[in-house]
Design a protein around this ligand. Structure first.
Ligand code: FES
Length: 121
């Protein structure tokens, strides 16, 4: 599992393991400006402020350049979080469009947090 924190709102969204950032946010009831959903247009880029991601498919350099990767730009339709991440949206903003899905996502997040191993004292 991973938690996606949205900067600057602080919204926290739960993503099951191996889910892309875009897939997880849409499944949690959110929407934002996207294009192809296949890693081909670059419309879904966000700034990755904390954490790392792995791409589930190769991403062409003309869509996400080496410089952008080094600067922390993230292609959300192909990026799978390695752990908790913090992102900032570039164009447009994240919109909650399905509040029921959001509340289900919050329950999943709380259940996952409760079942996570506790640090030893
Ligand atoms: S939506 Fe086109 S690259 Fe992500």
């Amino acid at each position: 599992m991973a938690i996606v924190t949205v900067d600057p709102s602080g919204e926290e969204i739960y993503l099951p393991a191996d889910q892309t950032v875009l897939g997880g946010l849409y499944a949690a009831g959110y929407a934002y400006t996207i294009g192809c959903r296949r890693g081909g247009c670059g419309v879904c880029k966000v700034d990755l402020l904390e954490g790392g991601v792995t791409y589930d498919h190769p991403v062409a350099d003309d869509v996400l350049s080496r410089e952008e990767r080094q600067e922390g730009v993230c292609l959300t339709c192909r990026a799978v979080p390695d752990g908790d991440i913090t992102v900032r949206f570039r164009s447009g903003s994240l919109r909650l469009v399905q509040p029921l899905l959001r509340s289900l996502n919050e329950k999943s997040r709380l259940q996952a947090a409760a079942s996570a191993p506790q640090p030893k004292e």
